[in-house]
Design a protein around this ligand. Structure first.
Ligand SMILES: [Zn+2]
Length: 456
């Protein structure tokens, strides 16, 4: 009799413990306690699916730098409507943590601006860098440092970069800066390029040698009027590689004692796949992989950096024909295929399994220490009269003719609390289970004593 009751009580305790643990674990994406990286490098191969990597590996005849990363997963990429994404919606998912419609940059489906990772990391006083092989105003970098209803608003997008003091900007798209009518601080007509260099402290470089030589800590590197050339056509003397841009970015950004966030895009993989050019897909993927190696080497030496490698979507429907061994494209468009995910360094353990593209954003944010009162500045009112997105409800500050200094806050909107931060629980599941166990033991003891009294 006593033995049966005792067994039942023990069984009840074990069940309660297990249920408590499971519920707590299911409560968040990642209940494992992970430390915060000082630096985060996110490398995005635009359009790079699993078979783009496989084709590059086959061509090289050896493992890629990406292959050396032990923590792997895959990412689903559909847009807010559940359809095939474009680069704008996919980059917004990663940069802002929300699903949106194609062509939308840094906003949700209601065209409300959502804080991006540049704004998030700036609130931690980290330096920010964006580099790409295509136009720097293109959709992927755009979502990480601007807000626009349509990706075509490139003149506004690049104005926002300068307005937001993004520390390192490199890629193509010089025309967007030189042909961008902007008022200088004295009210005279100027261009964004002149304002950036003369008034905002940017050093502009336009060749590989200028890039390698510069000691500037605020850099605007524009190496083509539009997209940069494919690797196959790149003048290796005058035009830097993505790897060289990555090396210089890290060199500059790593001078900040508070660390940095760097987004590196291999933008031409997508273009090559759209043209169904396997040669260029392979070349561009290998060039991207070389930049990945630079990031991994830095992270290994630094010991305080998280490196994430992924893609925004798959382009071309690339597959390997098992009879011929040839890689074949099935479309010139983007597809809904999942894309690869690799993570290395501090906090990398969170980036595993099959996740959704918005999870990349959420997992990165979860790794950062929770701030007492997060004061995230969404870049709204512009010092440049030409841009003033109407959808910003908080844009009430009157634009002035003076360019505010980096510390000016008059044009910043404060949003609080962060909509997407859900910090990893500080009390671990086993501890809560243990607490439940003590409570159960107490109740059981009480029941047993009471029962003993009745039996007597
Ligand atoms: Zn893309």
């Amino acid at each position: 009799m006593k033995r049966t009751i005792f067994s039942k009580v023990i069984a009840a305790i074990v069940i309660v413990y297990l249920i408590t643990s499971i519920v707590v674990f299911d409560g968040s994406i990642n209940a494992v306690t992970l430390s915060s990286p000082k630096n985060v490098i996110l490398l995005i191969g635009d359009g790079m699916g699993f078979n783009h990597i496989a084709a590059a590996r086959d061509s090289k005849g050896a493992p890629l730098a990406m292959d050396s990363i032990a923590i792997k997963g895959s990412v689903s990429t559909s847009n807010a409507e559940g359809g095939v994404t474009d680069s704008a919606a996919a980059a917004t998912a990663m940069a802002c943590g929300v699903k949106t419609s194609n062509a939308v940059i840094g906003m949700d489906t209601k065209l409300k601006a959502i804080p991006n990772l540049s704004e998030f990391f700036k609130s931690y006083n980290k330096k920010i860098g964006l580099i790409t092989t295509v136009n720097i105003g293109d959709a992927t970098p755009a979502a990480f440092a601007s807000h626009a209803e349509n990706r075509d608003e490139e003149t506004s997008i690049v104005q926002q970069y300068i307005n937001n003091n993004i520390d390192v900007l490199m890629g193509g798209g010089k025309a967007d800066f030189t042909d961008n009518p902007t008022k200088a601080s004295n009210g005279t007509a100027s261009t964004l390029y002149k304002v950036a260099t003369a008034e905002r402290g940017y050093t502009a470089v336009g060749t590989r040698n200028e890039l390698l030589d510069t000691k500037s800590i605020k850099l605007l590197g524009l190496f083509a009027d539009g997209d940069m050339p494919y690797e196959i056509g790149r003048d290796k003397i005058s035009t830097p590689s993505l790897t060289e841009m990555t090396e210089k970015s890290i060199e500059i950004l790593n001078q900040n004692p508070n660390g940095f966030f760097l987004m590196v895009e291999g933008g031409l993989i997508d273009h090559a796949a759209q043209y169904n050019s396997l040669t260029n897909v392979v070349d561009e993927t290998l060039a991207f992989d070389s930049a990945v190696k630079t990031a991994l080497d830095f992270a290994a030496t630094d010991g305080n950096t998280l490196v994430i490698v992924t893609a925004d979507h798959e382009t071309g429907g690339l597959s390997k024909d098992i009879t011929t061994g040839q890689y074949v494209f099935s479309t010139v468009a983007h597809t809904s295929a999942n894309v690869p995910l690799f993570a290395y360094g501090v906090g990398a353990g969170a980036f595993t399994g099959d996740i959704v593209n918005t999870d990349i954003n959420k997992l990165i944010k979860q790794l950062m220490p929770v701030q007492a009162s997060p004061s995230l500045a969404i870049a709204t009112a512009s010092p440049f009269p030409a841009i003033s997105p109407s959808s910003f409800e908080t844009n009430t500050a009157a634009p002035t003719s003076t360019i505010p200094s980096e510390t000016a806050t008059s044009t910043e909107a404060t949003i609080s609390p962060m909509p997407t931060i859900s910090p990893a629980p500080h009390i671990s599941a086993p501890l809560i289970g243990l607490f439940a166990l003590f409570v159960c033991a107490g109740i059981a003891g009480f029941v047993l004593i009471k029962r003993k009294a009745i039996v007597k």
